[in-house]
Design a protein around this ligand. Structure first.
Ligand code: UTP
Length: 290
């Protein structure tokens, strides 16, 4: 039902300078895998095969990563290093990748609108790959796709954040319709101290219905002089329905140093079996989406 996932990946990643001066933030590795690959795996687990990536200047390594590298494959063929390419080979085998360039970095709303060309007129998922989400059982996007099947409206992932972090996020409030589900009626991007309607912060997972594109088109520049997706979603919430879902699982903000280090420690513990003398990488094969 949700067949495409949009990855806005054109941002400058200024919180991670100088590392992101010439390297895309999305390609920063957590243990041995780039952030965006975790996002693509999450989308595949949610049954989505088409990855639509919004690129910017200097982001070519993302395209190269999701492509075959025959020289390298030839070089390590028959050695024990081949094992390290199993995951990415599987991703390339299962998923299709399409790319579009965002010529001006005018905000997340503008990046999503740029992706319209690749998405067309159908509901779609959005993953911000610097928000690394994990859950032992259903992935966060899988949980959201299941909700979409039930409610057929836009759904945004939210998480409670401490008081002193509220000003860094888009914050929602709404009518609680279930323990973990709110019908949104208020939304504000990076509220000033004391003006937030709640402590429920939007994180980088969305399911959007395609009417969002028209709403973004008539959204004026907002906080930070950018076209904010939050402002367009608020319009959608006011004339229709937007649900905010308190997902099950952990989320690491890998757009900043602290969250990135926490994610690295978490995945190192999770992915490696620590034997007596050497570390062994544990793999969980992806299921082919049907
Ligand atoms: P961020 O707000 O994290 O911005 O964007 P950023 O540029 O990536 O990072 P900082 O804040 O300067 O450190 C959220 C997501 O939206 C994408 C980013 O690539 C990131 O995945 N984005 C943002 C775009 O694709 N285009 C934009 O114009 C803005």
């Amino acid at each position: 039902m949700i067949k495409k996932c949009l990855f806005p990946a054109a941002g400058y990643g200024t919180r991670f300078l100088p590392a992101t001066k010439s390297m895309p933030k999305e390609m920063m590795p957590v243990v041995n895998k780039p952030l965006i690959e975790y996002g693509v795996e999450e989308a595949i687990k949610a049954g989505i095969n088409n990855m639509c990536i919004v690129m910017g200047r200097g982001k070519h390594s993302i395209m190269d990563h999701f492509d075959k590298n025959y020289e390298l494959e030839h070089q390590i063929s028959g050695t024990n290093k081949e094992e390290l390419l199993v995951d990415i080979r599987e991703v390339i085998d299962i998923a299709n990748f399409t790319y579009i360039r965002q010529h001006e970095i005018k905000g997340l709303g503008h990046a999503v609108l740029t992706g319209q060309e690749l998405i067309g007129d159908e509901p779609f998922a959005v993953i911000l790959s610097d928000d690394l989400c994990v859950n032992e059982r259903e992935s966060v996007l899988e949980q959201m796709v299941a909700l979409y099947k039930q409610f057929r409206c836009s759904i945004i992932a939210v998480q409670e954040v401490p008081e002193d972090e509220i000003c860094k996020y888009g914050i929602i409030s709404g009518e609680m319709i279930r323990d973990d589900l709110y019908c949104v009626n208020e939304m504000i991007e990076k509220p000033e101290r004391g003006s937030a309607p709640s402590n429920l912060a939007i994180v980088g997972r969305y399911i959007l219905t395609p009417d969002i594109f028209g709403l973004i088109e008539c959204t004026k520049l907002g906080t930070g002089g950018e076209i904010q997706l939050t402002d367009s979603l608020l319009k959608q919430a006011r004339y229709g329905c937007v649900l905010a879902y308190k997902f099950k699982g952990k989320r690491f903000d890998c757009g900043g140093v602290e969250g990135y280090v926490q994610a690295t420690n978490y995945f190192f513990e999770k992915l490696y079996l620590k034997g007596e003398k050497k570390l062994k990488l544990l793999r969980k094969p992806l299921l082919k989406a049907t």
